[in-house]
Design a protein around this ligand. Sequence first.
Ligand SMILES: [Ca+2]
Ligand SMILES: [Ca+2]
Length: 117
Amino acid sequence: MENPLKKTGKVLSLTAGMVLASAFVAPSASAAAFAYHGYDVAYTSYYDRGLVACDKEKDGNYVYAEGRYWHPSNQVMVLRVDDGEDEHCDNDYITYPIYQIRICESRVGCSPWRQVS
Ligand SMILES: [Ca+2]
Ligand SMILES: [Ca+2]
């Protein structure tokens, strides 16, 4: 009599743990925001504390991503990440969540600001 009850208890707690784990992971995957300028792209990472800049056009223009965030001093600050003409995207991180991003191309211009989550 005791064994079946214990087994049931284990199964229930395992299921609850899995639900919690998936609920914790899902928001970060869906919260990533993207901003495009042609094929060039900027996106958030690391729970919106990270910003990635990708120069996808080999046209001689470098790109930079900008992310706006609120500093505790109640000021809007901008994190800037440069990338240029190579195979690897560049990224940077800050302590505070980014709420708007855009991607800019030198000598061409910027995408509109995109809202994050
Ligand atoms: Ca380029
Ligand atoms: Ca790079």
